[in-house]
Design a protein around this ligand. Structure first.
Ligand code: BV8
Ligand code: ZN
Length: 252
């Protein structure tokens, strides 16, 4: 990350009325949650997320997919937001409106204290019925039955409240998210490879609406070609440095 890149990014954010932050799995990496690019750790190394994170995969083997999500959920619950999450909360003191649009399902932005979070791929902390869609109650851990719990209303399996590959994103969340990006002055993109659509559309949408696009990533991604400013580095290091520079520019 170059000093002039940092100052240019801080100046754009300091002058923004609406800052939208779009985050991917890299935002949670320093909290101890592996990204999709990372080789799936240990237990799940031999399975492919794109196969498990699908309705077909769930219907083919509900117990296996349920166990994969329970393993990930308990691991995420044991993790904590890092300094980068805290920096995004601090930005709310210096920018009139900060909205976080996240592809992550771990809930770390909310736990850090961000006040406007749009989960475009859902949340691992919610469950709903596979067939009637009714929101479900997750039974406490330690059930002896490997099969997923059942819907109280129709008896079908409950499934994780996430968006699987091949599924539409939640319509209301998408409408709000895309409207925010269309009217923001700055889009800050943190920790995403920019490979999964339609989330990958966001930086292009921002550019088409004359917003400045700033990317934070330790390495170039599919987003980098459309970014005005590329701050190379990890979220936990770059974001606190960026927030300090914004505060300096705002004289606070
Ligand atoms: C849909 C929830 C269709 C579940 C997830 C061919 C071409 C284009 C598109 C497609 C295609 N074939 C299929 C599609 C569509 C598909 C898609 O985009 N596939 C990709 C793989 C090609 N998309 C879908 O299926 C979407 N739905 O299209 O519906 C439709 C249309 C009409 C009618 C009906 C249906 C649904 C996509 C959502 C899937 N659900 N998650 C779960 O988590 O189990 S996606 C999941 O993977 C994440 O949510 C996230 O979105 C994605 C992983 O991407 P990233 O977050 O970017 O993470 P990644 O590991 O890739 O990168 C990490 C980055 O962090 C790296 O750049 C790394 O350098 C960086 N990093 C590392 N450390 C740090 C860091 N950055 C900062 N700090 C660090 N310390
Ligand atoms: Zn049901």
């Amino acid at each position: 990350m170059t000093p002039e890149g940092l100052e240019r990014a801080a100046s754009a954010i300091a002058g923004a009325r609406l800052l939208v932050v779009s985050t991917g799995a890299g935002m949670s990496r320093e909290s101890g949650i592996p990204t999709f690019r990372d080789a799936q750790d240990g237990l799940w190394a031999r399975f492919d997320p794109a196969e498990l994170a699908t309705e077909r995969g769930f219907r083919a083997d509900p117990a296996r997919v349920w166990a994969w999500y329970e393993y990930r959920r308990l691991r995420m619950a044991a993790c904590a937001p890092h300094a980068g999450h805290g920096a995004l909360v601090e930005l709310e003191w210096n920018v009139p409106q900060v909205a976080v649009i996240t592809q992550n399902i771990d809930g770390l932005h909310q736990r850090a204290g961000s006040t406007e979070v749009l989960e475009i791929h859902g949340s691992i902390h919610r469950v709903r019925c596979l067939d009637c869609g009714a929101p479900g109650e997750r039974p406490d851990v330690g059930r002896d039955d490997d099969d997923p719990p059942r819907c109280a209303r129709c008896g079908s399996y409950l499934r994780p409240g996430v968006v699987w590959f091949g599924e539409m994103l939640p319509e209301d969340v998408v409408r709000r998210a895309w409207a925010l990006v269309e009217r923001c002055e700055v889009l800050l993109v943190v920790g995403t490879s920019g490979l999964v659509w339609p989330a990958a559309e966001l930086p292009h949408l921002a550019r088409r609406n004359d917003a400045r696009v700033i990317e934070v990533n330790p390495e170039p991604s599919e987003v980098t070609p459309v970014a005005d400013i590329f701050l190379q580095g990890r979220a936990g290091e770059v974001l606190p440095t960026l927030v300090r520079a914004v505060a300096r520019q705002r004289g606070s």
